[in-house]
Design a protein around this ligand. Structure first.
Ligand code: FAD
Ligand code: UDP
Length: 382
């Protein structure tokens, strides 16, 4: 008899498995239909011995010290600040748009103050910023929007930015200084031995069992359990009874190149050309030294594994119905990017899982056996 059946061995499922086992002494079974742990953050060594990310580049960044401290129990880190160049108008220029982007693209030598005025002269006045078009056009005007955002977004989402929630393009800031880092979070780093190793350490606990290559639907009836944590797509859990939630998929084209380095930065974006959105080269991120190099091209796709929730008013309305149903479903907790239909980064999913654990721990009395001496010592140390 398991106290918990956890569906999904990604950040949401693994963090909760670790907390429930180590802090409450409960017996947990984690099932995943993939044949590996880590969810979309899974990394592996390819045939050439290069560490690659199976589901596209994953860079850890957060402003939350408690989240870094928590994950640091399971991994050491290597500092890494991600940089992205965009192939625009035949040049490679920094993304997010910054002072150098504009000066190089237009052959100017503006100062930061002058760039602020330059943007203001082009920005369109929009009374209520609602869409992913509004949020960019209202800051930099239409021309830069078209060069950097419109084509990329249409390719990535199969929709025009005017059809998408503002939060999507708002992920990428616009700068007037020369900062060319993709993220400005306080903590930016990569797990020193990779994500998969970190997950293996997290799940390495006598109270945790892991069953891979198994779909929850196929095994749930035959595994005795008291409660469920579900981290898969929420519409699938409820048999799509309110219709399908829209997700965007990707095809990852992994390649090993017979050269030591392929590109100047970890990622190059293609907002104007190509069928793929970006090419990433892992050695920048992992720090691995190797005579060859591995890259991945990301081709957006309508069909395939659900990677991105597509956020717009219609999907928000469908999700609300599922969310209401989820809240009324006893003994099942919905956690993670797909189960809560949120465009969450790894740190946000970790934070959501830790918060869910705190809620569970407050709500549910410990079942019978109580906390072990080790657990109590752990709690005291925390
Ligand atoms: P997932 O990682 O999706 O894990 C859910 C798991 O549940 C999956 O392994 C799935 O197989 C399993 N599952 C689902 N249904 C069932 C079922 N019925 N039975 C059994 N198993 C099931 N975040 C960052 O912070 N930085 C980045 O640079 C970054 N880059 C990204 C790049 C790409 C291309 C993508 C797609 C995402 C990126 N992310 C990034 C986001 C990051 O991947 C997610 O925040 C995180 O992986 C979500 O974890 P999760 O546990 O919610 O979901
Ligand atoms: N985006 C864009 N051009 C770019 C980079 C991003 O239009 O060069 C938009 C696009 O809609 C993208 C969103 O901003 O989906 C978020 O970008 P991010 O790099 O955060 O996407 P992710 O890494 O999550 O795929």
């Amino acid at each position: 008899m398991f106290d918990w059946l956890i569906v999904g061995a990604g950040f949401a499922g693994s963090v909760l498995a670790e907390r429930l086992a180590s802090q409450r002494g409960e017996k947990v079974l984690v099932v995943d239909r993939r044949n590996h742990v880590g969810g979309n953050a899974y990394d592996r060594y390819n045939d050439a011995g290069l560490l690659i990310h199976q589901y596209g580049p994953h860079i850890f960044h957060t402003n939350s010290r408690p989240i870094v401290d928590y994950l640091s129990k399971f991994t050491a880190w290597r500092p890494y600040e991600h940089r992205v160049l965009g192939a625009v108008d035949g040049m490679l220029v920094p993304i997010p748009i910054n002072l150098d982007t504009v000066n190089r693209l237009y052959g100017l030598s503006l100062t930061s103050e002058e760039l602020t005025a330059w943007f203001a002269a082009r920005a369109e006045k929009i009374d209520k910023i609602e869409t992913s078009e509004d949020v960019v056009v209202s800051v930099v005007g239409r021309e830069l929007y078209e060069k950097f955002f419109q084509g990329y977004t249409r390719k990535q989402w199969g929709l025009d930015p005017s059809q998408l929630d503002k939060s999507i393009t708002a992920r990428v800031p616009i700068r007037t200084d020369r900062d060319d880092r993709y993220f400005t979070d306080t903590y930016q780093c990569m797990p020193a031995e990779g994500y998969t190793r970190m997950f293996e350490t997290m799940l390495d606990h006598p109270k945790i069992s892991v069953l891979l290559g198994s779909d929850f639907r196929d095994v749930a009836a035959s595994i005795s359990h008291k409660r469920v944590i579900y981290t898969g797509p929420i519409d699938e859990y409820f048999d799509f009874r309110f219709g399908r939630l829209p997700y965007r998929s990707l095809r990852f084209d992994h390649e090993t190149l017979n050269t030591e380095w392929a590109q100047q930065t970890g990622t190059i974006n293609f907002p104007q050309s190509e069928d793929y959105t970006r090419i990433s080269e892992y050695k920048h991120m992992t720090g691995q030294q190797h005579p060859l190099t591995a890259i991945t091209r990301e081709y957006p796709a309508a069909e395939g594994d659900p990677y991105y929730p597509i956020l717009h008013p219609e999907s928000a309305a469908i999700f609300k119905r599922y969310e209401t149903l989820a809240m009324a479903t006893p003994d099942v907790w919905f956690v993670g990017r797909l189960a809560t239909f949120r465009y969450y980064n790894m740190d946000q999913v970790t934070g959501q899982a830790l918060a869910t654990f705190r809620r569970i721990d407050e709500k549910l009395p410990l079942s019978g056996r109580g906390r072990s001496a080790v657990d109590v010592a752990d709690l005291a140390a925390a």
